[in-house]
Design a protein around this ligand. Structure first.
Ligand code: PRX
Length: 652
């Protein structure tokens, strides 16, 4: 046996040993937990609709529902006939119920400024912005695009839309102008809310400047609202562009919340799929709010004096559900941070935890792996004793990262919840409940009470290893894909039968009922916890004039989970040079955003294809990862591979 083999076997063994271990929540945590009675699982299972109805009672409704669930697979309606307003539930009711002066948002900007907004502050700003939107002609059902940095005005903008029944479409501030344009066009948004800029790693991200580029091709946009974040230079188009602070100065102080039908759309959020075009995931009001509030309270064990910090960007679903709607509906105090974890120093996150006494901390495995790499000296330099619960989301967490998080951040006293869910699911579906369930590193846990999940094989039979399927509707489920109702059915409800949701994730299930996630089974990559479609990147590459064909694969990366490797054939008359390779990387950044930048672009005379013309991505992955080539007998032209491998190695 080679020395390397021995080392890797040892690693595998220690990994398995960790996976086998279980960790109990500490006794004092259990004794004070929001959920302490393990029978909640059986109770919910015995009558899921009654369970969800009980959860929905935690919201304030103008009118109660007539029916909890109307299920015409694959179309669900929840709390049929019920009326409520998401903004009222996140803001007004706390102002009326004793939380008026409590901090809703504790914000820290990357350069170090701090702001605290009470529920009363949030109430005032949200009301005024809602009125300003109305003055600009925004009506119930209209779409409003939001392209902002992580500043308090971002949740305020979302809530103001919800207040008047406008549908918001938040576009992550890291997406490019072209990506913003495509999303605005698909939604036919009437108004864009943006900012002059934001800070990231000491740099100014000029959002309004980028948005101006998008706005050249967005005929539906009538008005643009700009938050002044930093007095950054920009161009104002008279009549179209308005300063946020000026609009608020002129706005009436109170705006009656619009009573929304439970099934009215709250928002759309675009996410990557298996085609070149992102999907506009549609979430509605009653079921979504019920699902996020219930899961937030039970999984994060939130109490009145917690300081809860979810490090996601609100531009992703995690931010929608577990920074904005869940925590604010619960009347919690949440921390919001604008910038990078390693700015100005590598301990910025731990400084924030210490300074604000953060108690509940929710982040992604990719961040945890980066912290591991940076070293324990950074968390060690800070008092993290305020922390009492940790969470992870976004990708499978490897046992080593889990243990590091548990020991070095949680001080072996904080339970960890590994929460599995998706943009489409709206709410967490697999997790442990921290006061009653043991933890098993690298296993998300069990379905949340009232949720039903299984691991199925291709034939739809239960298997120990296969595909993760959700076998019963849940309140925060997506209702459709915006403008693409057929794609909704086709994508999620045709793998087995029309009542079984296909997650596109591989999973295994252990004897104790715990689910372990094995990553995506489709052509969707997970780069630093961000979801990117291979086809999206391929479309961006072939959009370049020099490119004939492109194939993109994800290869394993220690910190980022996956990174993007691209293979490209050039059109006649173009030279495959290092300069072109860089140009193509930049082209992808311009088309999609920096998160989609391929780590490498290799040129090939031809791409390996099966006889039916399908690109053999597995083979490309093996080449990119430098592995021994697998079976290539199905290749149309086997010499292509040798050529590819040679060129790839030359460019490395
Ligand atoms: O592959 C799963 C992975 O992230 C995908 C969903 O990505 P997105 O819609 O961007 O939402 C991310 C945040 C909810 C899933 O299909 N994923 C998410 N959470 C986990 C996970 N994989 C393993 N373990 C998790 N806890």
């Amino acid at each position: 046996m080679m020395a390397d083999d021995a080392a890797s076997e040892e690693q595998d063994l220690s990994r398995l040993l960790i996976e086998e271990r279980v960790f109990q929540p500490p006794a004092d945590f259990e004794a004070a937990a929001v959920v302490q009675d393990p029978s909640v699982y059986e109770r919910a299972e015995a009558d899921p609709e009654a369970f969800w109805a009980e959860m929905a009672e935690q919201l304030d409704w103008y009118e109660k529902w007539d029916e909890v669930l109307r299920w015409d697979p694959p179309h669900a309606e929840w709390f049929v006939g019920g009326k409520l307003n998401a903004c009222y539930n996140c803001v007004d009711r706390h102002v009326h119920n004793g939380r008026r002066n409590q901090a809703a948002i504790i914000w820290e900007g990357e350069p170090g400024e701090r702001r605290t907004l009470t529920y009363w502050d949030l109430y005032q700003e949200t009301n005024k912005l809602a009125n300003a939107l109305k003055t600009l002609g925004v009506e119930k059902g209209d779409r409003v695009a939001i392209y902002m940095p992580m500043i308090p005005e971002l949740p305020i903008a979302m809530l103001a839309c919800a207040r008047i029944g406008a549908i918001h479409s938040v576009v992550f501030g890291g997406f490019s102008a072209e990506a913003l344009r495509d999303r605005i066009v698909d939604a036919e948004a009437k108004v864009l809310i943006t900012a002059d800029g934001g800070y990231r790693r000491g740099q100014i991200i000029p959002l309004k400047h980028d948005a101006d580029y998008a706005l050249r091709q967005t005929p539906s946009i009538e008005h643009v609202i700009i938050v002044e974040r930093g007095e950054f230079p920009l161009r104002i188009v008279q009549g179209r562009d308005h300063w946020y602070h000026r609009l608020l100065q002129e706005a009436e102080p109170y705006c009656e919340p619009e009573p929304m039908d439970a099934e009215d759309i709250l928002y759309t959020l675009y996410t990557s799929g298996t085609t070149g075009q992102p999907k506009g995931i549609v979430h509605t009001t009653g079921g979504y709010m019920t699902g996020v509030l219930a899961t937030l309270r039970w999984i994060f064990d939130l109490k009145q004096d917690d300081v809860y910090w979810c490090t996601a960007d609100i531009g992703w679903v995690t931010g929608h559900s577990y920074i904005v709607y869940g925590p604010l509906a619960a009347g919690a105090t949440m921390l919001m941070y604008e910038g990078a974890p390693n700015w100005p120093e590598w301990d910025r996150f731990w400084q924030i935890v210490e300074d604000h006494g953060v108690t509940v901390f929710y982040t992604a495995p990719t961040a945890i792996r980066a912290f591991m790499k940076w070293g324990t000296q950074y968390p060690q330099a800070h008092d993290l004793s305020s922390l009492r619960l940790l969470g992870t989301v976004g990708e499978p967490i490897n046992p080593e990262a889990w243990m590091w998080y548990y020991e070095h951040i949680g001080g072996e006293r904080c339970p960890i919840v590994d929460t599995w869910w998706q943009t489409e699911t709206g709410m967490i579906l697999l997790t442990t409940l921290p006061g009653i369930d043991y933890m098993r590193p690298s296993y998300a846990g069990r379905p949340f009470p009232g949720v039903s999940a299984e691991v199925l094989n291709d034939a739809g039979q239960p298997a120990t290893s296969g595909y993760l399927a959700i076998t019963r509707p849940w309140p925060a489920m997506l209702r459709t894909i915006y403008n693409e109702p057929e794609r909704y059915v086709e994508q999620y409800w045709t793998k087995w039968d029309k009542a079984t949701y296909f997650t596109s994730d591989g999973a295994k299930r252990e004897d104790d009922g715990y689910f372990g996630l094995l990553g995506r089974v489709d052509d969707v990559l997970n780069v630093s916890g961000h979801r990117i479609g291979t086809m999206e990147v391929e479309s961006a590459l072939v959009d370049h004039k020099a490119v004939a064909e492109a194939a993109v694969v994800g290869i394993a990366d220690e910190v980022k989970g996956q990174v993007i490797a691209a293979f490209v054939t050039v059109k006649e008359g173009n030279e495959p040079t290092a300069q072109l390779s860089q140009e193509l990387q930049k082209h992808v950044v311009d088309k999609i955003g920096a998160i989609a930048r391929p780590q490498s672009v290799a040129f090939a005379g031809d791409l390996p294809k099966t006889r039916s013309g399908k690109i053999m991505r597995r083979l490309l992955r093996d080449i990119a990862e430098g592995k021994v080539l697998g079976d290539i007998t199905t290749l149309a032209d086997a010499s292509v591979v040798d050529e590819l491998k040679r060129r790839y190695e030359e460019q490395e």
